[in-house]
Write a new protein. Structure first.
Length: 244
């Protein structure tokens, strides 16, 4: 039995018509569309955003990695991709994580999250991935650039986690600095003890770069012919394109 729809009483009847809405109703219809968002957190190491060594200004090393990715983004993507630049100290402690990580995410558990951490930022950033998982977020890509944090001495002077990280990310790239010619930053990294893992990352490779050269490590060609920057950009682009 056909049931009459009162909303169509004023509509004209058309034979073989295929309109899904009433022709006499020209009102604008709105449909909810889920906007996809991406957040790529760049986490600096010791002395990156703040003074660490006496009388030494911040050096912003991880910003050299940040700039590489930012240049790759189209104008359209820049509207959809947030690139927070934070310190390793900003991801340790409840108040800091809420302020510097969860606030930019605005409580949206569907945001496509990438974490790029250099030095102590790699150590604390890897810890952050598991903390975010516990809170219902998913880190899609983790990039650790010559992560440091295993030494007892560095625990005493740096605001880092005291246990070895157990990262939770869908894809993990680790890049170690293995320079042909060392400099003072490599000596500092050795004193802090580099985090050298034998398993875990999908890509785990050493490149010719000094510890301070976060940008060089982020842009270096790795196995498979792609850099960490390439991998991050391609994956976030594929995610954004999948909604169109």
């Amino acid at each position: 039995m056909e049931v009459e729809n009162p909303a169509l009483n004023d509509c004209k009847t058309e034979v073989a018509g295929h309109e899904l809405t009433c022709k006499t109703d020209q009102s604008v219809k709105q449909a909810a569309v889920k906007v996809k968002k991406v957040a790529v957190f760049f986490i600096g190491g010791a002395g990156d955003k703040e003074e660490y060594y006496q009388n030494e200004p911040p050096h912003h090393n991880v910003m050299n990695a940040w700039k590489q990715l930012e240049k790759r983004l189209t104008n359209e993507q820049k509207v959809e991709v947030n690139l927070p630049y934070i310190s390793y100290k900003d991801v340790r402690g409840e108040k800091d994580i809420k302020k510097y990580v969860e606030r930019p995410l605005k409580g949206d558990k569907s945001v496509y999250i990438v974490v790029v951490g250099h030095s102590l930022g790699g150590w604390n950033g890897a810890h952050l991935t598991s903390i975010l998982k516990e809170r219902g977020y998913t880190v899609k890509v983790l990039v650790t650039l010559d992560p440091v944090g295993g030494g007892t001495g560095v625990w005493m002077v740096s605001d880092i986690y005291f246990t070895t990280p157990k990262p939770s990310a869908d894809y993990w790239v680790n890049v170690l600095a293995s320079p042909k010619v060392t400099d003072s930053s490599d000596n500092v990294a050795s004193m802090g003890e580099r985090w050298v893992m034998t398993s875990g990352p999908a890509i785990n490779e050493a490149v010719d770069a000094n510890h301070r050269q976060a940008g060089v490590m982020f842009g270096a060609t790795l196995q498979g012919g792609k850099s960490a920057c390439d991998i991050v950009y391609e994956r976030l682009s594929q995610y954004l394109e999948s909604s169109k």
